[in-house]
Design a protein around this ligand. Structure first.
Ligand SMILES: [Zn+2]
Length: 342
């Protein structure tokens, strides 16, 4: 019997102990109720790369800054209370970083290592793999800020497949004491899960394979790299990009999600994506019908507690609409995304 994984479903204990799948389809951390989703790494990081390519402007600084703020709140959240106080004591802070490295591997973000550390001054680390170099730099900046209670200036570079990050504390950067998570609106919904009798995690999670030593999670059906990412962080990044770069962003995001999932379906013969039920188990949203008819799609299918409107619209169109559907979405009330296809 393994202490690190559930004996029945094989999902790591770190996942079931730290997260809760609510009956309204919201997946959240047990500590501070930060919402998250399991999603294909390329579905999200490819969106950022696609936006950069389509607009021809560098977006690293916007992405790092938005991710940094989100990651600081995430680390504040999971390293809190008495444990948080202890983990922030000078001599023990290194252990705090080790905990976060373990957490990053469990949620499929990276296999990371501390190379050099001077409390309150400097942090050097490496990651191979990392789910996205720029996003992970933002994550590490946020962790540094949470543990050190001061901001840092990042330097980073990728050599081969290895990301190197060096942070230097910089007291001239303004502090931000009143950061707050902007929560996505929530509505009543009924998510039907078949749960593991031992650990309570939906049995659909058995479709994922946790490669803890690699710092990755794989979808057993498609072979794709899956990450768990904070919803507020993802939405903040996309909102900041829209604010800075204009209103073409949601359309680019939807079309990228559509293209990505369409390609996945064509490659993997729809395993795991034969209907919309994958949305619920992964915390992405609760569809009112899992196998909508053409008439229902034309009238619009409601996805309740959708994590992000354009991404969910692209996913629904890819799974239900064939190779080249007309599709669109609107938000009849906060927390509900109505996707029309056909
Ligand atoms: Zn289990």
């Amino acid at each position: 019997m393994s202490l690190t994984r559930c004996g029945d479903c094989g999902v790591p204990r770190l996942i079931s102990l730290m997260h809760r799948w609510r009956d309204d389809g919201i997946l959240e951390s047990r500590m501070g109720a930060a919402r998250g989703v399991f999603i294909e790494r390329d579905a999200f990081t490819g969106t950022l790369d696609g936006i950069e390519e389509a607009l021809g402007v560098p977006i690293d600084h916007i992405v790092i800054d938005a991710k940094r703020r989100d990651a600081k709140l995430y680390v504040d959240d999971i390293v809190s209370g008495l444990m948080g106080k202890v983990a922030r004591l000078g001599p023990l802070r290194r252990l705090g970083y080790m905990m976060m490295i373990q957490q990053a591997a469990a949620i499929g973000l990276a296999k990371a290592r501390v190379l050099e550390y001077e409390p309150g001054k400097k942090f050097t680390g490496m990651a191979r793999p990392a789910y996205h170099p720029v996003l992970f730099v933002g994550d590490v900046c946020g962790a540094f800020e949470s543990f050190e209670r001061m901001r840092a200036r990042p330097h980073y570079g990728v050599v081969g497949e290895t990301l190197y990050i060096e942070l230097h504390a910089d007291e001239s950067l303004p502090g931000e004491d009143r950061l707050e998570l902007e929560r996505t609106p929530e509505v009543a919904a009924r998510a039907v899960y078949e749960r593991c009798a031992s650990c309570g995690v939906p049995r659909r999670m058995m479709e994922l394979r946790w490669a803890l030593r690699e710092g990755k999670i794989y979808d057993r059906n498609t072979g794709e790299w899956i990450i768990y990412i904070d919803v507020e962080g993802l939405n903040t990044i996309l909102r900041e990009l829209e604010r800075e770069l204009g209103e073409t962003i949601p359309g680019l995001v939807a079309d990228h999600a559509f293209g990505y999932y369409r390609g996945l379906l064509e490659r993997s013969a729809t395993a795991g994506f034969s209907d919309l039920s994958f949305l619920t188990a992964r915390g992405l949203g609760v569809p009112e019908v899992e196998r909508p008819t053409a008439e229902q799609l034309a009238a619009g299918v409601d996805i309740r507690n959708a994590f992000n409107a354009p991404m969910v619209a692209g996913m629904v169109a890819a799974v239900c609409g064939g190779a080249k559907p007309e599709y669109g979405w609107d938000i009849p009330e906060p927390g509900i995304v109505k996707v029309k296809v056909g």
